[in-house]
Ligand binder design. Structure first.
Ligand code: ATP
Length: 251
């Protein structure tokens, strides 16, 4: 298959994941368009992490369809490295920057991720690489922190650095797990703006519990519950849904 059969970037249909008889995903169907940002909310255990695991190839669905890039790639048949190479980047909740390197070296290493460890550390930084580093640092608001040790950054800045390192891979789809957790109010607001900027050129899926942050994102929201979609629409729309209030918002 090398022709796009549907316009969606990500197409999940009737995906179930069963662990020892327990349905972590239960006929989940969801599509994400090109350059769309979507927020995913839902109570603990709703299946948000399992959904990300299916998209990135970490978990195989028991049944169901998971296609990427207009139906060209069947994610259920590919391994994690291949899926990452297709342009699906994932940011976990805890930042994994290299604390002893400075900010720009972290980005540089991410840009050279396809090179071996020796070439990564010792090949010269070409003007093209420097230009990309500058662009990324500008985007993630760390230009003035470029020579700081990554370990000395604030929690929020570390999250931004890691987002920058993912951008180095030019993902078509960026999956972001609870970016606002542990951030100050100002960092949270800046992160919403940052993700909106990123979604101008690629698709972004954000899993989040912080409703103030989700409101700032101002995008379509999907509510997961017991492994399937409970409601979908604007935050105001899903917030007025009785079942959503009962299982999630009204807690
Ligand atoms: N490897 C596994 N084996 C057995 N059960 C699992 C496994 N992974 C997840 N589960 C179960 O599947 C359900 C869905 O979990 P998942 O982590 O996807 O939910 P979540 O929406 O991400 O929750 P949270 O908001 O707490 O992170 C949970 O009840 C969890 O205990």
């Amino acid at each position: 298959m090398d022709q796009k059969i549907s316009p969606e970037l990500l197409y999940l249909n009737d995906v179930s994941v069963v662990f020892d008889g327990f349905r972590a995903l239960n006929s989940l169907s969801l599509t994400i368009g090109e350059k769309e940002m979507r927020a995913i909310i839902g109570p603990n255990g709703a299946g948000k992490t399992t959904m990300m695991d299916v998209i990135t190839g970490k978990t195989r669905p028991t049944v169901g369809t998971a296609l990427f890039d207009g139906g060209v790639h069947d994610l259920t048949r590919l391994d994690e490295a291949t899926i990452a190479g297709l342009g699906i980047g994932r940011k976990f909740q805890t930042p994994t920057v290299i604390e002893n390197h400075d900010v720009e070296t972290n980005v540089e290493l991410a840009l050279k991720a396809d090179k071996g460890p020796f070439a990564k550390l010792f090949s010269r930084r070409t003007p093209q690489v420097q230009e990309r580093i500058d662009e990324i640092l500008e985007r993630v608001r760390l230009k003035n922190a470029r020579h700081r040790r990554a370990g000395d950054l604030s929690h929020g800045q570390k999250q931004w650095l890691e987002i920058g390192m993912l951008l180095a891979q030019e993902p078509k789809l960026l999956l972001v797990d609870e970016p606002a957790a542990g951030m100050t109010d100002a960092e949270t607001a800046d992160t919403a703006v940052l993700l909106r900027e990123i979604a101008e050129t690629r698709s972004v899926v954000v899993v989040e519990h912080d409703m103030i942050f989700v409101r700032d994102l101002d995008v379509k929201v999907t509510v997961l519950h017991e492994g399937s979609v409970l409601a979908e629409g604007s935050l105001d729309h899903v917030s007025s849904n009785e079942r959503v209030i009962e299982v999630y918002l009204g807690r």
